[in-house]
Design a protein around this ligand. Structure first.
Ligand code: AMP
Length: 526
């Protein structure tokens, strides 16, 4: 490419707790090590009196500066302040989140002595910029093109907000792909499938804060997410907290000292427990030892793997619930699953692997790729395919998805959500629905489009609306309007309504406008 123009396209896994970046080089997807020598980077940003820290630097100072150290931005991105999940998450965070304009959650920090507000997009864009810089330092040139992954269940607004964050970070988003799809690409499962031999894959993604389970079918290079299930608050951090709780009780029993409520001591314990947890994935026993933990008293405990499994038994059993739910939602039998793929750092825990293997009656699990790197590797492969950098080694593949939420229109006095396309429908898809007027001689009918699972639209996400006007006078219930929801293969949603008497037709299109840098949801009124 001309004049030092970038030649590399990267794949970024923007995770809730950690992010990872990879690039296709020397005929494989290479995970890029950051400036601290780590292959994953904490998705954290911290503000101090003099600086802004991103990644490991933010992570390393969190105990000293908890109210200005921001993590979990992925739990906020594209959501409304009033969302139930946002309200419950806020209670768990040491940093402050307030309601901003248009119900947007805003994070409040003190930065350089001044109070400042940042949106989740702002924080994510700083993390993405860090990932971009890590990649640039490695390839030695500017990097702009990227494939970014998002959870399969992410709504339209969460996807747009993520894309917005990437654009702010100076990236050109070639494509956003679902995390399970990326992991399947990394394992080359598409190569094992063919048009006449479908491959069914269960992705078990157990990370730091979330568990996402998805079922994909792959055939003829097409990836289709059949169902997703999960637990948005079950991850490695819950396991760390459980270990910390155990240690606090042990300390109390042994020294009659209570460290509960002492953030510094708890922070030290959490970090030591997390490291011990990692060791227990490979050894049967490990020690947690901290000098002068509290009031000049040292802390010491031995964790056996059996003890670790006992105190976390409930969490581990809980992990299998979404597995069963996902199979049920997809109406699939476990016998029809060809591959069970482990993704996310917490999937290294032997007990979790054992339980999962029991569900699938002893089936070998796919764990050849580092579970916290598989998604970024798949994204890098896709980026290479799209940019033509695969040197012919990579086959092109199409990505076919499902609707992560139900889509519908508002009907009735009670603002009911009438679902036209149910959640987990494969796209492309077209569905029709007929509605009528509620009043005699009604001249105008409004069609309001929503996504979400609630029975009333008040709790769902408003996408947009349009009106049919000049409807000829008629008693209520007589005019008929055909509403058509149409989602094409690239996820563009077109909603139209036609007056079946007059033929008057209006509509609205929601597109993620993949080919340009614009972030705005483009709404085209017909
Ligand atoms: P991820 O968000 O996928 O990078 O996962 C991060 C989570 O994986 C953190 O909670 C880590 O503590 C956890 N983790 C990483 N390595 C291991 C390991 N060897 N054993 C258990 N948990 C791990």
């Amino acid at each position: 490419m001309a004049s030092g123009e970038e030649v590399h396209a990267i794949g970024i896994d923007l995770g809730t707790t950690y992010s990872c970046v990879a690039v296709w080089q020397h005929d494989h997807a290479e995970v890029i090590v950051n400036d601290q020598g780590n292959r994953t980077t904490p998705s954290q940003v911290a503000f101090t009196d003099t600086e802004t820290f991103v990644g490991d630097a933010a992570f390393n100072q969190i105990i000293r500066n908890p109210t200005n150290s921001i993590f979990d931005a992925k739990r906020l991105i594209g959501r409304r302040f009033s969302d139930a999940s946002v309200q419950s998450d806020i209670k768990l965070w040491p940093f402050k989140v307030i309601e901003g304009p248009d119900d947007k959650p805003m994070i409040v920090v003190t930065h350089m002595g001044q109070e400042k507000q940042y949106s989740a997009e702002d924080i994510s864009s700083m993390v993405l910029l860090k990932m971009r810089e890590i990649a640039e330092a490695y390839v030695g040139s500017t990097v702009k093109n990227a494939v970014i992954t998002v959870p399969a269940y992410f709504s339209d607004s969460q996807r747009y907000a993520t894309k917005n964050a990437a654009i702010t970070a100076g990236l050109k988003v070639m494509l956003m792909i679902n995390e399970p799809t990326a992991a399947a690409i990394a394992y080359g499962l598409d190569k094992k499938a063919s048009w006449y031999r479908k491959r069914t894959v269960m992705m078990f993604d157990f990370g730091g804060g979330t568990l996402d389970v998805s079922l994909l079918t792959i055939s003829g290079g097409i990836f289709q997410v059949n169902a997703t299930a999960g637990d948005s608050h079950l991850g490695g951090e819950d396991i760390d907290s459980q270990m910390v709780k155990h240690c606090v009780e042990h300390f109390k029993r042994k020294h009659n000292l209570d460290i509960d409520g002492n953030p510094k001591a708890l922070g030290k314990l959490k970090s030591a427990c997390e490291k011990a947890k990692r060791r227990l994935s490979f050894s049967f026993s490990t020690d947690v030892e901290i000098d002068c933990l509290y009031q000049n008293t040292d802390f010491y405990i031995t964790f056996t793997r059996a003890k670790f499994e006992e105190i976390n038994k409930d969490f581990f059993n809980q992990c299998m619930v979404p597995v069963e739910k996902c199979l049920k939602d997809a109406k699939m039998d476990k016998g029809s699953v060809d591959d069970v793929v482990l993704v996310g750092g917490s999937s290294r825990i032997p007990k979790v692997q054992q339980l999962l293997q029991n569900v699938f009656e002893g089936k070998e699990l796919c764990k050849g790729i580092n579970p916290d790197e598989a998604i970024a590797q798949g994204a890098a492969i896709q980026a290479a395919v799209l940019s033509g950098n695969g040197n012919g080694k990579l086959q092109d593949c199409s990505l076919l998805d499902v609707t992560p939420f139900s889509l519908g229109v508002e009907t009735g006095r009670e603002r009911e959500m009438t679902v036209v396309i149910p959640r987990n429908s494969s796209i492309p898809i077209r569905r029709n629905y007929t509605v009528t007027t509620r009043h005699d001689n009604q001249a105008v009918v409004k069609f309001a489009v929503y996504e979400g699972e609630s029975k009333t639209t008040v709790n769902n996400y408003f996408l947009g609306d349009f009106r049919l006007q000049d409807i000829p006078p008629a008693p209520k219930g007589v005019p008929k309007f055909n509403i058509c929801f149409d989602i094409d293969a690239s996820g563009i949603l077109n909603v139209s309504a036609e007056d079946m008497l007059t033929g008057q037709k209006k509509g609205i299109t929601f597109t993620n406008d993949r080919n340009s840098d614009g972030i705005e949801r483009v709404m085209l009124l017909m």
